[in-house]
Design a binder for this molecule. Structure first.
Ligand SMILES: NCC(=O)N[C@@H](Cc1c[nH]cn1)C(=O)O
Ligand code: ZN
Ligand code: ZN
Length: 480
């Protein structure tokens, strides 16, 4: 059932005000992973709650308690739970999104100020941190609500919203909230939800819309090597003491091979190799080596074989080195021996891997490699956060509704994908609510989420808004 023309016309006629709302959202640097920005995450929560209330959504902020980050105790940003519609004859769709963002500074290599949305009229790009991950998609839902309210259209389904402000930092507190709201024998906020829709991922390329039925899990580690009581002069102490950075670099170099093979024994082995039948799934997807290289901005694909590259992202685990805290990294030539350095790396997990199964393998391996260094420095390993992988039943009516909506809006069939990123709460929704979960992305594969010059194409914002609205009508039309 196509969405009413008044809906799509309203969207086309209000592009400028939708972009202005996105600019207002991007202007709040709601970085969850940095203690100095915690007040901005709260500000973003209030802003979002205000917008939802104006659009007729009944909301509450749920306090998720406190946590410790970088040695500091901090209040967790609230979850925003919203409700509109309570008609027992209609289906109920739960929408999840996150209002926090990754850190960004212009000095990281951005061409523009990250928290000022830039509308590039030449390319049609809306550039700014959070434009595609995940403020644009969240605002897509607000656009849908605004269109219905202003035009006087009834929503075809009841809607529930769950927006969090810690997704980029491990979704702390949210699992407990979902579990308590779905505890047996009690009436909870998620009662009567028929399906879940999450818009927080990307097309495979920049041409073909997709719907997504899998996500990788995550296990994030921090390895600290320390020795001296303070930073040292390398002229005075070089070749005189064990240097933490030298030890840490040795450890970091033994985690992953340059071809992507994970060197921690047992981790790659947990996943069976794809057979010829499975490889066909990847062969039919609209994707090329050029797509991955365009999105990465360099001719650096690990293989010339499309299926191998796609499997590397969708159905195999990966280990990435992220950074070294405490190391000298500024301009100039400081001759320091850092006293304590922490290497950060994470492993993306696929079924049957779980953070609990992988953690002991990582700890054991790093401890044994560290022992081989014969150093007098000290080692500390921490698992910072993690989440299990998720795979859904894509034959469910929820997927059928998304497929039909995509065909109506984009006039083409969507790719069916698994995503390489992680949204740990997806599995919690699937397990705790016992309903089907779907990922319906708005942005393109070259949006640069988590990267410099993150963008959302204006056409994806507008057509993506129509897609989210049309999906609701398709859900309503299904009789299952
Ligand atoms: N759009 C989803 C996303 O980017 N998720 C993050 C989740 C995460 C976990 N720890 C830090 N970020 C991802 O990196 O996949
Ligand atoms: Zn996201
Ligand atoms: Zn993200």
């Amino acid at each position: 059932m196509p969405a009413p023309t008044q809906f799509t016309e309203f969207i086309d006629e209000h592009v400028d005000s939708f972009i202005q709302r996105l600019a207002n959202a991007v202007a709040i640097p709601s970085i969850s992973g940095n203690a100095q920005h915690r007040q901005d995450v709260f500000k973003m929560a209030s802003w979002l709650q205000g917008e939802l209330n104006t659009l007729g959504v009944e909301t509450k902020q749920v306090d998720l308690g406190k946590h410790v980050m970088d040695g500091e105790e901090l209040q967790l940003p609230p979850a925003i739970l919203g409700r509109i519609g309570n008609d027992p004859r209609k289906k109920t769709v739960l929408v999840y999104g996150h209002y926090d963002v990754q850190p960004a500074e212009q000095s990281d290599g951005w061409d523009t100020e990250p928290f000022k949305l830039v509308v590039d009229e030449k390319t049609g790009r809306l550039i700014g941190r959070g434009s595609t991950d995940d403020k644009g998609p969240i605002l897509g839902w607000l656009n849908v609500l605004e269109a219905h309210k202003t035009v006087g259209l009834e929503l075809p389904v009841n809607m529930r919203f769950c927006f969090e402000g810690m997704e980029e930092s491990g979704s702390e507190g949210l699992d407990d909230l979902i579990k308590s709201e779905t505890a047996k024998g009690t009436a909870g906020f998620f009662d009567n939800v028929d399906c879940v829709c999450i818009s927080d991922n990307y097309w495979l390329n920049s041409r073909t819309p997709c719907i997504t039925y899998g996500l990788r899990g995550l296990a994030y580690f921090k390895v600290t090597v320390s020795g001296p009581a303070r930073d040292l002069h390398s002229g005075v102490f070089g070749r005189t003491v064990h240097e933490p950075m030298t030890d840490l670099v040795q450890i970091m170099s033994k985690l992953v091979a340059t071809d992507g093979t994970i060197l921690v024994p047992g981790v790659d082995d947990m996943v069976s190799a794809a057979d010829a039948e499975e490889k066909k799934i990847y062969d039919v997807l609209d994707y090329s080596i050029q797509d991955v290289e365009d999105a990465a901005g360099g001719k650096i694909a690990l293989s010339d074989d499309k299926a191998t590259v796609l499997m590397g992202r969708m159905r195999n685990p990966s280990l990435s080195l992220h950074g070294i805290e405490g190391a000298f990294y500024g301009p100039g030539a400081k001759t320091v021996i850092p006293a304590s350095v922490s290497g950060k790396f994470s492993i993306r997990l696929v079924p049957p891997q779980t953070p609990d199964a992988v953690e002991p393998l990582v700890f054991k391996y790093i401890e044994s490699e560290f022992a081989k260094l014969n150093t007098k420095n000290k080692l500390k390993i921490e698992n910072l956060h993690g989440g299990k992988p998720w795979v859904a039943d894509f034959k469910h009516w929820n997927y059928e509704a998304a497929r039909r909506a995509t065909e109506l809006v984009y006039k083409r069939s969507p790719d069916l994908t698994r995503e390489g990123g992680s949204i740990p709460v997806t599995l919690t929704f699937a397990e705790s609510l016992g309903v089907n979960v779907l990922l319906l992305p708005m942005g393109r594969g070259d949006d640069g989420a988590h990267s410099t010059n993150e963008k959302l194409d204006k056409s994806n914002f507008i057509e993506g808004t129509k897609l989210l609205g049309t999906y609701l009508y398709e859900v309503a039309a299904i009789t299952a």
